[in-house]
Write a protein that binds this ligand. Structure first.
Ligand SMILES: Cc1cc2nc3c(=O)[nH]c(=O)nc-3n(C[C@H](O)[C@H](O)[C@H](O)COP(=O)(O)O)c2cc1C
Length: 228
């Protein structure tokens, strides 16, 4: 099983999104998965130019020459694509957006009716199944609403107030969540189904009391930084 991983955080391995990705990778490796990982910020990658050459002039080929040339074959070969993103302005980061725009080459120009919607059929035989891991700073899971709607078919891993992972105490509190991600990675790489309980446990929801505590902790930290 080949798992292709993209981290859309500019903080790369110093950030919180990467902690989620690495937990999944650790589990997947234990099932023998072959992992290819990229921090998108390190790639030479442009967004789509909207020229439609890949539809009508050079079918299936983008006119831009950049790192997407070597990533597109990797996407086609992958069984699973694990996408990581921090929430920026309630959405995915522009790093991940650029990458996703460039998968436009995989679509055919025709429109077809499918699953109650009008769609473009795929040019490739299969697209990898998606796992989406997102982190955000606020303690409310409503910050993931846009991302949830973008990828309803993806396995979703969401952590609000992800900065907790950067503190020993917070990491301890979230150790069960990280273990669940690891187990999900192991199961996915082994081709096993995930139970509803496990899927639910991959989306962290804080109680109102905990949200208040996180807010107060953040404000104390913010104050200490401003008065430096
Ligand atoms: C430009 C910017 C916009 C952000 N917007 C949001 C937001 O809309 N909602 C939220 O909860 N957190 C927001 N955050 C906080 C990040 O989502 C949070 O710090 C995340 O855990 C960072 O992930 P990383 O450590 O992997 O980079 C924002 C951070 C930045 C820098």
């Amino acid at each position: 099983m080949k798992i292709l991983v993209f981290n859309g955080s500019p903080r790369k391995s110093n950030g919180t999104t990467d902690i989620l990705l690495e937990a999944f990778i650790e589990g997947a490796k234990s099932s023998g998965a072959d992992i290819e990982k990229h921090h998108i910020v390190d790639l030479g990658l442009n967004g789509c130019r909207g020229c439609f050459n890949c539809w009508w002039v050079t079918p299936g080929k983008c006119i831009q020459r950049d790192d997407m040339d070597k990533l597109l074959p990797s996407i086609v070969e992958a069984d699973v694509m694990l996408l990581g993103t921090p929430i920026y302005g309630r959405n995915i980061t522009h790093y991940l957006q650029k990458l996703l725009e460039r998968t436009f080459v995989f679509s055919l120009p025709e429109m077809v009716a499918r699953d109650g919607e009008t769609q473009h059929p795929g040019r490739v035989r299969k697209f990898p199944s998606l796992v989406l891991a997102a982190t955000c700073g606020f303690p409310d899971s409503s910050n993931f609403d846009i991302v949830k709607a973008l990828y309803p078919m993806a396995l979703q891993i969401f952590l609000p107030a992800a900065q907790l992972l950067l503190y020993e105490e917070g990491k301890k509190q979230l150790s069960g969540f990280l273990e669940t991600i690891k187990e999900a990675g192991r199961k996915i790489a082994a081709g096993e189904e995930l139970s509803k309980e496990m899927k639910d446990a991959l989306i962290v929801e804080f109680s109102d009391e905990m949200k208040k505590e996180i807010m107060e902790m953040h404000n104390r930290y913010s104050q200490s930084q401003s008065s430096k």
